[in-house]
Design a protein around this ligand. Structure first.
Ligand SMILES: [Zn+2]
Length: 319
């Protein structure tokens, strides 16, 4: 379901969610056949048209998303990033981007992406390009939740809604990750999907309260001194990681309401970076009830414990 992730030889690999892979690549007969070169990408895709669409979209995302997250475009890379694309209508969406950090530099980019053309253009590509923006900006590994979570916020609303549904499932079945543990993760955990959905939800929560530039500044400060408590206090007025978990979980339980108008008004509007594909729209209405309590989880769950303290209804037995 999710491809492997590894960090070897100084390389850094982001292995982004590949759902429903199911041998689809072989079944779809998606051998790459055409190449297309842009200033920063070298695309290998099944047809010339697809290679061109993907390459042009990658350049556009690279510019727009860099401005969106960091306030300035990326300088041209010394060597283009190869993109190997497998494209087929029913191919599960996913991707992986690898690169090398060395002495404050980042290079040796390589990206593989797969999925339907539509989903590659509106979700996989912006997700993977955001990884390259962060790697170029921070020049060091990020906590996985902050990296994957933020990258998921630029995906299509359908994908983001799916992450929210999964989040509710994980929180109610004992698969949530305690924030102190999540903030310390530099590698993907064995149970990786909760990291994605929870990272996405927390990134969304923070971005809705301060915008993307502040999110990047917060991550930068947290990384610089490995002081997430200080970074949270400085940028979001939250006392520490445990308090953040509490307020975030309460927000999820309420159905992820929009922030107060005074807070929202101070957040810079997001750029329309998806001109290549379907239009973006705000996050959809919550698709599931606030987390109930998994009454008999086999695992100790800090979420279940918190929910139990505040739940209006008594825990229900699993069906
Ligand atoms: Zn990713």
């Amino acid at each position: 379901m999710v491809c492997g992730h590894d960090r070897t030889g100084g390389g850094w690999l982001t292995a982004c969610r590949v759902l429903v892979v199911a041998c689809a690549a072989a079944a779809a007969g998606t051998s790459s056949a055409a190449g297309y070169r842009t200033a920063n990408f070298l695309v290998d895709a099944p047809t010339e048209t697809l290679a061109r669409r993907i390459g042009d979209a990658a350049e556009q995302y690279r510019h727009t998303l860099a401005v969106e997250w960091t306030g300035r475009p990326l300088p041209r890379w010394s060597r283009p990033c190869p993109i190997r694309a497998q494209v087929a209508p029913h191919l599960g969406a996913g991707g992986a981007t690898s690169f090398v950090f060395d002495k404050g530099e980042v290079f040796n980019w390589s990206m593989t992406i797969q999925g339907s053309e539509e989903r590659i253009l509106d979700s996989v590509l912006p997700h993977e390009i955001t990884h390259t923006v962060f790697a170029s900006h921070f020049r060091r590994p990020l906590p996985r939740w902050a990296d994957e979570g933020a990258c998921t916020t630029v995906e299509h609303p359908v994908e983001r809604a799916r992450q929210h549904r999964l989040l509710i499932e994980f929180l109610t079945t004992g698969r949530g990750i305690a924030f102190p543990e999540m903030f310390a993760m530099r590698e993907y955990p064995p149970d990786v999907l909760p990291l994605y959905s929870q990272g996405y939800s927390l990134a969304r929560y923070l971005i809705e309260r301060g915008g993307r530039h502040k999110y990047v500044a917060f991550v930068g400060d947290g990384l610089a001194a490995d002081d997430w408590k200080g970074a949270l206090a400085k940028h979001y007025g939250v006392g520490d990681v445990a308090q953040l978990q509490y307020v975030w979980l309460d927000w999820v339980r309420q159905g992820c309401p929009a922030p107060p108008a005074a807070v929202a008004a101070a957040v810079p509007p997001a750029a329309a970076w998806t001109a290549t594909s379907r239009g973006q729209s705000p996050d959809p209405e919550p698709v599931a009830a606030p987390p109930a309590v998994a009454a008999t989880s086999g695992r100790r769950s800090i979420y279940a414990m918190q929910a139990r303290r505040t739940a209006a209804e008594p825990p229900v037995a699993p069906r």
